[in-house]
Ligand binder design. Structure first.
Ligand SMILES: Cc1ncc(COP(=O)(O)O)c(C=O)c1O
Length: 399
C-alpha cells in the first residue's frame, strides 16, 4: 500500500523523547537500564504528587465526574486558576476568558493552530522548549529564535529580539522561568520586551509553568507589567503541582479592549473539536490550585540540594561548564567539543553508548542557540546524580 505521509508530520521532532529511542537500543544491547536524565517528570523519580491532590482525584472519581465537560473547561477549575494567579502571582485574569487544555502542550497546539499561517514568523527564546519550534513548523511557519545570553544568566538579548521583528512576525514568546536554561528573567529586561511588543503591536505569549519553582528571586508574571499590551499566559499543574500525568493546563487572555477576542475564538473552536478534557482531573486540579502549597517549601529545599550538587559536579568535569539554574529542575551545560565530536548530538549519543546516561542534545532546543550544549534534569535522588556525574567524569577523562 502506498501511504502519502505529509512531510510536516514525517519531519516532526521532540528531542526530549526522541533520545529515548537510542536509550532503548542501549538497554537491548547491554542489558543495562539507562540512567534517564532527560525528562522533566518529577514522578519518574522519587517525587510524589501531594496527598491532598491524590485524595481530591479519588473523591472526584467517587463523586461521579465521568461525563463530558465544557470545551473551555469546568468553571470550578477556571475560577480556581484565576484565584491562584491572584494569590500567587498577584495578577487578575478573567475565568470567563480562559481555556483549560490537556497540559500547556495542547495550549501551544491551539495557539499555533490559530496564529501560524504559511510563512508566519514566531519569535521565541533561543534555546527554547521544543514543541513551540515543532508546532510553528507543523503549521507552516518559521520559528525565529532570539538570543538569550548565557553569560548574563541566559537573559534575553532585547536588541537581538528587536532586530528579528519583520512584517511577518505574529507574536513574541517568553518562557519564564525558562526550560531548558533554568533562568529567571530580569524584570528590567521583561519591561523592555513589553515596550518592544507595544512598539510593534505584537501580542506576548508568556509560558509561566515553572512560576513557583524559583530558588531565590521570584519570577515576574508578565501580566503584572504588561499594562495594556495583550498577553496570553500559560500555566498548569504538571510541574509546580507535581502532576504531569493529569494533563491539565490553562491559557488566559489579558487585554484592555478585547484585542484578543478573535484569538480566543480561534482557540476555543479548536477546543470544541476535541470536545473536552478529562473531567475528574479537572475537578481534582481545582482543589490542587486552591491549596496553599505547603509541600513546596520542602520540595524546593530538596530540589536546591540536587541543583547545587549537579552544578558543582558538572563544573568540576573537564571541558564542561555551566551556570547555576535559578528555577525549575533543568541545567544546560556547555561542552567544549574540541573536534572530539561533530556536534552536541554526537556527544550525547557517545555519552549514552559509553556510560548509559541519557541527556538531551542542546540543539534539540534550537540549533542556533542550543548547539554545543546538553540539557540534564536534576530531579533524581542525590546518589543517582552522583552516579551519573561519576560516569560522565570518567568518560570525559578518556576522551
Ligand atoms: C516551558 C514548558 N511549557 C510547557 C510544557 C508542557 O507542559 P504540560 O505538561 O502542561 O503539557 C513544558 C514541559 O516540560 C515546559 O517545560
Amino acid at each position: 500500500m502506498k501511504l502519502n505521509i505529509t512531510p510536516r508530520a514525517a519531519d516532526l521532532q521532540y528531542a526530549i523523547r526522541d533520545i529515548v529511542v537510542a536509550a532503548r537500543k542501549y538497554q537491548k544491547r547491554t542489558g543495562e537500564k539507562p540512567l534517564y536524565l532527560n525528562i522533566g517528570d518529577p514522578i519518574a523519580y522519587d517525587w510524589r504528587t501531594p496527598q491532598y491532590m491524590v485524595d481530591a482525584m479519588c473523591k472526584a472519581a467517587q463523586d461521579g465526574w465521568h461525563g463530558y465537560s465544557p470545551s473551555e473547561g469546568e468553571e470550578i477549575l477556571r475560577v480556581a486558576a484565576a484565584e491562584k494567579e491572584k494569590r500567587v502571582n498577584g495578577i487578575t485574569v478573567d475565568p470567563n476568558r480562559m481555556i483549560v487544555t490537556a497540559g500547556v502542550s495542547e495550549a501551544i497546539q491551539f495557539l499555533t493552530g490559530a496564529l501560524i499561517d504559511v510563512g508566519s514568523e514566531f519569535l521565541l527564546p533561543g534555546p527554547s522548549y521544543p514543541p513551540y519550534i515543532s508546532y510553528v513548523k507543523f503549521f507552516g511557519g518559521k520559528p525565529i529564535a532570539y538570543r538569550t545570553i548565557e553569560e548574563d544568566d541566559w537573559n534575553p538579548d532585547t536588541e537581538d529580539l528587536r532586530s528579528k521583528i519583520t512584517d511577518k512576525t505574529v507574536a513574541i514568546l517568553i518562557i519564564n522561568p525558562n526550560n531548558p536554561t533554568g533562568s529567571v528573567y530580569n524584570e528590567k529586561i521583561l519591561r523592555e520586551i513589553v515596550a518592544i511588543a507595544g512598539e510593534y503591536d505584537l501580542p506576548l505569549i508568556s509560558d509561566e509553568i515553572y512560576d513557583q519553582l524559583t530558588y531565590d528571586e521570584a519570577q515576574t508574571p508578565m501580566v503584572r507589567i504588561a499594562g495594556d499590551i495583550p498577553v496570553i499566559g500559560f500555566n498548569g499543574v504538571s510541574k509546580v503541582y507535581l502532576a504531569p500525568g493529569w494533563r491539565v493546563g490553562y491559557a488566559y487572555f489579558h487585554d484592555s479592549n478585547g484585542e484578543l477576542d478573535q484569538l480566543y475564538d480561534a482557540m476555543i473552536r479548536q477546543a470544541r473539536v476535541r470536545i473536552c478534557l478529562n473531567a475528574t482531573a479537572q475537578i481534582a486540579s481545582a482543589t490542587a490550585l486552591r491549596g496553599e502549597g505547603d509541600y513546596l517549601t520542602e520540595t524546593m529545599r530538596r530540589m536546591r540540594k540536587r541543583r547545587d550538587l549537579i552544578h558543582k559536579r558538572l563544573n568540576e568535569i573537564d571541558s564542561i561548564s555551566t551556570r547555576l539554574p535559578e528555577a525549575a529542575f533543568y541545567i544546560m551545560p556547555k561542552i567544549d567539543l574540541r573536534g572530539r565530536w561533530k556536534d552536541d548530538t554526537e556527544f550525547v549519543l557517545d555519552v549514552l553508548e559509553s556510560t548509559g546516561v541519557v541527556f538531551v542534545p542542546g540543539s534539540g532546543f534550537g540549533i542556533e542557540y542550543g548547539s554545543g550544549h546538553f540539557r540534564s534534569v536534576f530531579l533524581p535522588p542525590p546518589d543517582t546524580i552522583e552516579e551519573a556525574m561519576n560516569r560522565l567524569d570518567g568518560f570525559m577523562g578518556k576522551r
